[in-house]
Write a new protein. Structure first.
Length: 125
């Protein structure tokens, strides 16, 4: 403590900064994990819309997923969602089911990557 004060810092503020960083990292991980979890459900909506021949709905859902994935830098998810959006815009229903399968697989991979990279809690000695 004496060293920190001698350098004009209060060690309690360093601890508070570290705690804030931990909270921020946990929040980012929570948001990043929610996206794949929520989007898996949207894949079912895309399938149902494709089954009903609602290409415009597929286009809208694809765009929504694409934008969310872009915000989180999930490039493969973004690319697949953009492809679904384009299929919907061009009313090409046939390839949608296979594309949704790929999207689900990529969402699962993205989720695993987030879980694997999440900061691990540390114990103080």
């Amino acid at each position: 403590m004496r060293t920190a004060l001698a350098h004009g810092r209060d060690s309690s503020s360093d601890d508070a900064t570290a705690d804030a960083d931990d909270v921020e990292a946990a929040t980012v991980n929570h948001i990043t994990l929610r996206f794949p979890d929520d989007t898996i459900g949207r894949c079912d909506e895309i399938r149902a819309a494709a089954d009903r021949g609602e290409a415009h709905t597929v286009q809208i859902l694809g765009n929504d997923i694409k934008c969310g994935a872009a915000r989180l830098a999930l490039d493969e998810v973004r690319n697949l969602a953009a492809a679904l959006e384009a299929l919907g815009r061009n009313t090409r229903i046939d390839p949608m089911a296979a594309m949704v399968d790929l999207l689900e697989s990529e969402l699962a991979s993205a989720r695993r990557a987030v879980v694997d990279s999440a900061p691990q809690p540390t114990c103080l000695p």
